[in-house]
Design a protein around this ligand. Structure first.
Ligand code: HEC
Ligand code: HEC
Ligand code: HEC
Ligand code: HEC
Ligand code: HEC
Ligand code: HEC
Ligand code: HEC
Length: 358
């Protein structure tokens, strides 16, 4: 950025700051008495937007630990009254969203920085608004004129990490698919087990992805659960079913309904008795091929399911809730096909599984 462009944007940022004074803690002089120079220093490191070091270093001065906060207060860069949310505990968790330790700016190609998801100047204090109501789409913490899902898909979408990437979630959540979890638009079909206040409504990426410690800072920075999930979710077969094992799903889908009153009459057989994971049959995001978020098709990447040995095919067919057929092999057990509901009564013998899932 040229010196002239930089001074011009300083004027713009300053006027933004005045307008946003009431909401943005970063440009509130009662919290950051040194104002802009709390973060910016002179011309800064070369090629940086006037920052003294890589961006994460600047952010964690105030957002890591109490010791860091005390140092900033001692230097007069932070008011003793300020209480920035501290992230050190979440950064110590085993599953982290990548953040580039060397980058200065989100504009450096191929990097993820704090400001890829946050505005450094127009802080969005969603915390003050409390936990958003269930079934309501959240706004992007970087740009409150956009939805959060648009922020996530700016990278986890076709234009972001690439259409062939498994991390392109927009392929799966596309409302033109036969089924999709409703992050972009309300679902095409009703789920009998979903909490009534969510029926026909929309959910957010961060309803599922975020801090597994509910008392810690919000946001998808890190989690004790793989895939940065907010609650436990066993993705491998062989785990004993409990409210905890699939807590993520049971947060929104009534457990007893799923197990005993679902249009899929063999949930209990598979999940409780045979210890199959929800993830073995269901995609968490959507399906390019099937109703009911069934992932047998293009998306399968969980080990235990393969093509039916008799037919060589891997497929789910179902034209309506409560009836369908599966062609597959699971832990050596051939479904060639196995069916449920009306399909079962006409085409298949009573389901029976010899031996358990190991
Ligand atoms: C000089 C200290 C300081 C630095 C450096 C700093 N912050 Fe902050 N930040 C604060 C304070 C103070 C608050 C407001 C806390 C409060 O509400 O009392 C805040 C609030 C926030 C919030 C909003 C939290 C909420 O209330 O919802 C976010 C997000 C945030 N900062 C991210 C960042 C990022 C990203 C960086 C680096 C670009 C950064 N901060 C650098 C002090 C700092
Ligand atoms: C909490 C830390 C923080 C504070 C306070 C802060 N900035 Fe920034 N500023 C940043 C970061 C980080 C970037 C780099 C953003 C990116 O990733 O591109 C930045 C970028 C800029 C840029 C480059 C253009 C842009 O938006 O990327 C200008 C100009 C700027 N800041 C001016 C200011 C002014 C003027 C103030 C005081 C009103 C201020 N900043 C306060 C952290 C801060
Ligand atoms: C600036 C680009 C960018 C943005 C914006 C972004 N991500 Fe990511 N995300 C990445 C990259 C890069 C990875 C790591 C990919 C890899 O490991 O190959 C990642 C990984 C993840 C993972 C972990 C995958 C795993 O296997 O553990 C999750 C979950 C995730 N992101 C969710 C989100 C959510 C939710 C949002 C929106 C709030 C978001 N991301 C916004 C770039 C981004
Ligand atoms: C944040 C809430 C939430 C969570 C968490 C959640 N769901 Fe859903 N789910 C929904 C909503 C909303 C619908 C749409 C149903 C409706 O509107 O009636 C839905 C629909 C479904 C459907 C039916 C889709 C269709 O089109 O027929 C399946 C299957 C499903 N969810 C499985 C799961 C599984 C498996 C998990 C755990 C990985 C899970 N859900 C976690 C909210 C959630
Ligand atoms: C209903 C809960 C739910 C919602 C909503 C959700 N995810 Fe996920 N996500 C999961 C689960 C569960 C997994 C891992 C296991 C799986 O795929 O079955 C996962 C995996 C991922 C991965 C890793 C994929 C890989 O192959 O490693 C990324 C990246 C991701 N999600 C990003 C997002 C983004 C971005 C959004 C919003 C557009 C989103 N998720 C919405 C539950 C959810
Ligand atoms: C992948 C996107 C993403 C990245 C990268 C990211 N954040 Fe966040 N962050 C979020 C989201 C989403 C929230 C939740 C916003 C909300 O609900 O208020 C959040 C919340 C926060 C909060 C407020 C926590 C609370 O409980 O109110 C702080 C502080 C914060 N982030 C700082 C940072 C810092 C510092 C970095 C870089 C080290 C960073 N974030 C990187 C997405 C991200
Ligand atoms: C053996 C494969 C299989 C497993 C394992 C499985 N499901 Fe399903 N599930 C199905 C099928 C098939 C349907 C579609 C039923 C229909 O609409 O005909 C379905 C439908 C659903 C629905 C939509 C209908 C409703 O009851 O609201 C939800 C929600 C659901 N499953 C959640 C789960 C959860 C949560 C788990 C793990 C605890 C799980 N499923 C495990 C096969 C499975």
């Amino acid at each position: 950025m040229s010196r002239f462009a930089l001074s011009a944007s300083i004027v713009i940022v300053l006027s933004m700051a005045t307008a946003a004074m009431a909401v943005d803690p970063h440009v509130d002089p009662s919290l950051l008495p040194a104002s802009c120079t709390s973060c910016h220093e002179g011309h800064g490191a070369s090629r940086s937007p006037m920052l003294p070091g890589p961006q994460t270093e600047v952010c964690v001065r105030c957002h890591d630990s109490q010791a860091g906060v005390d140092r900033q207060v001692a230097k007069g860069l932070l008011s003793p009254e300020a209480q920035p949310m501290l992230l050190s505990r979440v950064f110590a968790m085993p599953f982290l969203h990548p953040v580039d330790a060397e980058a200065f700016s989100r504009r450096e190609p191929g990097t993820v920085t704090c400001t890829s998801c946050h505005s450094p100047h127009r802080g969005m204090s969603q915390r003050d608004l409390g936990e958003p109501a269930a079934g309501v789409r959240r706004l992007s913490p970087r740009d409150p004129s956009r939805f959060e899902v648009e922020l996530c898909q700016s990278c986890h979408g076709a234009a972001g990490l690439g259409t062939q990437s498994p991390l392109d979630l927009s392929r799966l959540t596309n409302p033109n698919n036969p089924s999709f979890h409703p992050v972009e638009a309300p679902a095409g079909e009703r789920s009998p087990s979903v909490r009534p206040e969510l029926s026909g409504r929309e959910i957010n990426c961060t309803d599922c992805h975020g801090n597994s410690d509910a008392s810690g800072p919000r946001g998808p920075h890190g989690s004790a659960v793989q895939y940065i999930l907010r609650a436990e979710y066993a993705t491998v077969d062989g785990m004993e079913e409990s409210a905890a094992t699939y807590a993520l799903c049971y947060n929104c889908h009534e457990r007893s309904m799923v197990l005993d009153e679902s249009p899929f009459e063999y949930h209990r057989l598979h999940v409780v008795e045979q210890r199959a994971s929800c993830a073995t049959c269901h995609s968490a995001h959507g399906s390019l091929d099937n109703r009911g978020l069934i992932r047998f098709g293009e998306e399968v990447f969980f080990g235990s399911v393969g093509p039916s040995m008799a037919s060589g095919r891997l497929a789910f067919s179902s034209s309506a809730p409560g009836s369908g057929s599966c062609l597959l092999t699971c832990h050596g057990y051939d479904h060639a096909p196995e069916s449920y509901g009306v399909a079962n009564k006409y085409f298949a013998p009573e389901i029976s599984i010899v031996g358990g899932v190991k």
